[in-house]
Structure formats: structure tokens, C-alpha cells
Design a protein around this ligand. Structure first.
Ligand SMILES: *Cc1c(COP(=O)(O)O)cnc(C)c1O
Length: 222
């Protein structure tokens, strides 16, 4: 086993362990391997091992890196995990199978238009600003019911809710809040948990964990 094999096995084991504690099924948790800033060569070992769900945070980087890999591994599913500018909506709809950062009316409009044009509906998580940190993006908690209704009116498939809790403080209360908001709004999907806290997120209901560093090591240039 090379390093990446070991890291993937370790993360899978951690997911299984958190699921056992929470009495959940590991197959109900999707591991989104966040490969941003990593080269195709760094991604290949995960593909060789059968992993197929990856996350990128920039449309252009994904467009440069993934077409070739996708030719060889056509069943890859690409998730957009970063903030999205409205003017990139067409490219995002063409490139990604799931978007985790739908968070404002202007983006909603742009994505709905892009999906109509492409004849392709891409499921979106609504990002919620659980920590009241507007700079991170995210729909305010109070605005969520209205924003959710508008998303459905625009015929955008809602995958669930997503959050990025504030850094450097215990994330569990924010995960619990996202779980409650999802439940209150009748949504199954919860995209929460990164390398530092995905086991906690799983115990609190995460259905999608977005893990980069724990799978690939430190990102180049960081
Ligand atoms: C980079 C990124 C991740 C992965 O972060 P790690 O700490 O490397 O696991 C998850 N979610 C989002 C939105 C990101 O931008």
C-alpha cells in the first residue's frame, strides 16, 4: 500500500467507527474526497482503489483537471464544495454532479437559468450560515424556509443543507443546528464535517463529509 491507500483506508475506518457509535450505516455516509489543489497524479491512487466521489472548490481548476481522468473513470461524481460566482453557473452546471454552496437569491437565479439552458438538473445543497459569519457565504438561518421555497419553485433539486462552522471552536453545536434545520424542513441530506471533525459530524447526522487533508495530506502551496 502506498500512502494514499493507507489514508483512504484510515478515513474509511474512522467513518465506520463513527457510524457504529451512532448506530448508523456506513453506506448512508458519502465520502467526498476534496482534491482541490492536488494534481491528477495525486488523485489517481484513490481512483485506482475504487473511490469515485470527489470535491473541488474552483470551477476552472475542475475543468482543467478532470476531463482526462473522467475519460478513464466515467463513473466519477464531481461535487462543487466552494463558493460559486453567478457568472460561473453555466460552467458549474456542465462540470459538476452536485453543488454544495447554493446560498443566495442571485446564485439561485443564475443556476436555475443555467440548468434550463443545459437541460440538466444538478442537485444542490443549500449552504446555511450557522455561525453568523456572512463572509463565508451561506443563507441566514431565518431566511432558510423562504429560500428553500424559492429553490423548489425554480425546480432546482434540493440535496439537503450544508455548513462550514466557525474555525477554532467546537463544531458540534453547529452540526447539531444544521441537523435540526434539515429535520425541521424535511430534508435528508446534511453536508458537514471536514478532516478535523468528520467523525463528530457523522455522529450528529452528516450524510456527506467533505474530506481533503486527511486523504491527501497537506495541500501544495499551503
Ligand atoms: C477544502 C474544503 C474542505 C476540505 O478541507 P480539509 O480540512 O482539507 O478536509 C471541505 N469543505 C470545503 C468547503 C472546503 O473548501
Amino acid at each position: 500500500m502506498d500512502t494514499t491507500d493507507t489514508l483512504l483506508a484510515m478515513v474509511r475506518a474512522e467513518i465506520a467507527k463513527a457510524c457504529r457509535i451512532a448506530r448508523r450505516k456506513p453506506e448512508d455516509v458519502t465520502l467526498v474526497a476534496v482534491s482541490k489543489k492536488h494534481s491528477a497524479a495525486a488523485i489517481e491512487p484513490l481512483l485506482e482503489q475504487g473511490h469515485r466521489v470527489f470535491g473541488e472548490n474552483r470551477v476552472q481548476e475542475a475543468q482543467e483537471k478532470w476531463p482526462e481522468l473522467r475519460e478513464r473513470f466515467p463513473d466519477v461524481r464531481l461535487h462543487l464544495v466552494g463558493q460559486l460566482q453567478s457568472n460561473k453557473a453555466d460552467d458549474a452546471v456542465a462540470t459538476f454532479d452536485c453543488i454544495h454552496s447554493l446560498d443566495r437569491p442571485s446564485l439561485l437565479k443564475a443556476l436555475a437559468k443555467a440548468m434550463d439552458k443545459a437541460g440538466r438538473r444538478v442537485p444542490c445543497f443549500i449552504q446555511v450560515d450557522v455561525g453568523e459569519e456572512p463572509q463565508k457565504g451561506g443563507c441566514a438561518v431565518a431566511d432558510l424556509p423562504d429560500f428553500l421555497a424559492r429553490t423548489r419553485e425554480a425546480d432546482i433539486p434540493v440535496a439537503g443543507l450544508m455548513c462550514l462552522p466557525p474555525a477554532d471552536i467546537e463544531p458540534a453545536p453547529f452540526f447539531a443546528l444544521l441537523d435540526k434545520l434539515a429535520r425541521d424542513n424535511g430534508l435528508d441530506g446534511r453536508s458537514m464535517g471536514m478532516s478535523g471533525d468528520y467523525p463528530t459530524a457523522i455522529m450528529l447526522g452528516a450524510t456527506h463529509v467533505r474530506v481533503g487533508t486527511a486523504l491527501f495530506g497537506e495541500r501544495p502551496g499551503t
